[in-house]
Design a protein. Structure first.
Length: 366
């Protein structure tokens, strides 16, 4: 694969990307929180032209870094030499104070390739942005076959959760309204329920959460209809809430778009866990995603394994129990432009990551 040229383009072209992290929708969402989007059209000698989204954010002392989330969206894994050429071309259009560019490739790879690729003039990031491991359910199968591939305890918990809880589709981004009327009140009430559960989850499990405005903006961002051929790729953001004994006990936010359905955020109460609400929520999201027309349901991140010492081992067991395929990608890697400033940033990033992991481990033991 050889790079022919990279040219700047409009965000509307990114709305044609099959990957939501490379979409104009995601660019508009992230731009509300300090990220500046840049869109490029990438042309190779062997694939159709494809858009590439790069987002840039300030870090400190006037410096910034650039990030390509799950891109370029080539059909095959591009070789390191191709990526180096692409990064060099993209750098010319970015601000002069960019310290480094971080890349998360979307392609599934085996373990050997992950290791060899990361050594080709790139540096593995000290902390991942997007999870390199995930679980994906094939929605092209029948619901019966999807259930058969789950662990038996998971099928039992789904049935139990469906009996004990009431799962509601509480909010969709197309219905979100801020006109001050009744719809606005209901929209905000649903988000406030989710956020209260999320803060409880954060305190219990030591996970970082954004402020309320972040999740609110996710529902506020409107899809672009400037290209009619991209309408089928409009992002459908949904909030599901499960009630047990008339109290909200769990909630999830999902995104359906084209052939992909993604479990973005989840939250649960420390009470009512016997209701198995989280299982019922995931099954409702899976069935709705299949009805939507998605071909895969991505749980969007698991730890590398369920090793007992890992603070998120429980998350690994929960998500893999639904029977999907475990996907492993190349971890985030960096291409430094200013080595000394990059070294300082890496040290600070390592410190923050270690602090977060320590907090999770302490809370897990309590």
């Amino acid at each position: 694969m050889l790079l022919k040229q990279i040219t700047p383009c409009g965000l509307d072209l990114c709305d044609a990307s099959p990957n939501f992290l490379q979409s104009g929708f995601w660019a508009r969402f992230k731009s509300a929180f300090g990220w500046r989007p840049y869109a490029f059209l990438l042309e190779t000698d062997c694939e159709p032209p494809s858009p590439v989204l790069v987002i840039v954010r300030k870090i400190a002392f006037g410096a910034c870094f650039a990030y390509i989330p799950w891109g370029p969206a080539c059909r095959v894994l591009p070789p390191p030499s191709f990526l180096l050429d692409a990064i060099s071309s993209i750098k010319k259009f970015l601000p002069k104070n960019v310290v480094f560019l971080r890349v998360d490739l979307p392609h599934a790879v085996d373990e050997n390739l992950r290791e060899s690729y990361a050594k080709k003039q790139f540096i593995l990031s000290k902390a991942e942005v997007q999870p390199s491991c995930t679980v994906v359910i094939n929605l092209e199968e029948t619901l019966e076959n999807i259930l058969k591939k789950m662990k038996s305890k998971w099928r039992y918990n789904i049935r139990l959760g469906e009996r004990k809880t009431k799962v509601t589709l509480a909010l969709k981004n197309e219905d979100f309204n801020e006109d001050g009327g009744e719809k606005t009140k209901k929209s905000l009430e649903a988000l406030e329920i989710f956020y209260a559960l999320l803060k409880e989850t954060s305190a219990r499990d030591g996970i970082a959460v954004h402020n309320f405005e972040y999740y609110k903006t996710l529902f506020k961002i409107k899809n672009s209809a400037s290209k009619t051929d991209c309408l089928s790729l409009n992002a459908d953001v949904r909030l599901y809430i499960a009630y047990f004994e008339e109290k909200p006990v769990a909630a999830v936010i999902t995104l359906f778009r084209g052939e992909e359905a993604v479990y973005l955020y989840g939250a649960s109460s420390s009470t009512g866990r016997e209701s198995m609400a989280s299982y019922a929520l995931q099954w409702r999201a899976v069935t709705d995603a299949k009805e939507f027309g998605a071909k895969r349901y991505d749980f969007f991140g698991i730890p590398p394994s369920d090793a007992p010492g890992h603070p998120m081992a429980g998350l690994y067991r929960f998500k893999t129990g639904f029977g999907g395929e475990i996907i492993r990608r190349i971890p985030s890697f960096d291409r430094p432009f200013k080595p000394l400033m990059y070294a300082a940033f890496s040290c600070a990033e390592t410190f923050r990551k270690n602090l977060r992991d320590l907090k999770k481990s302490v809370l897990r033991r309590l």
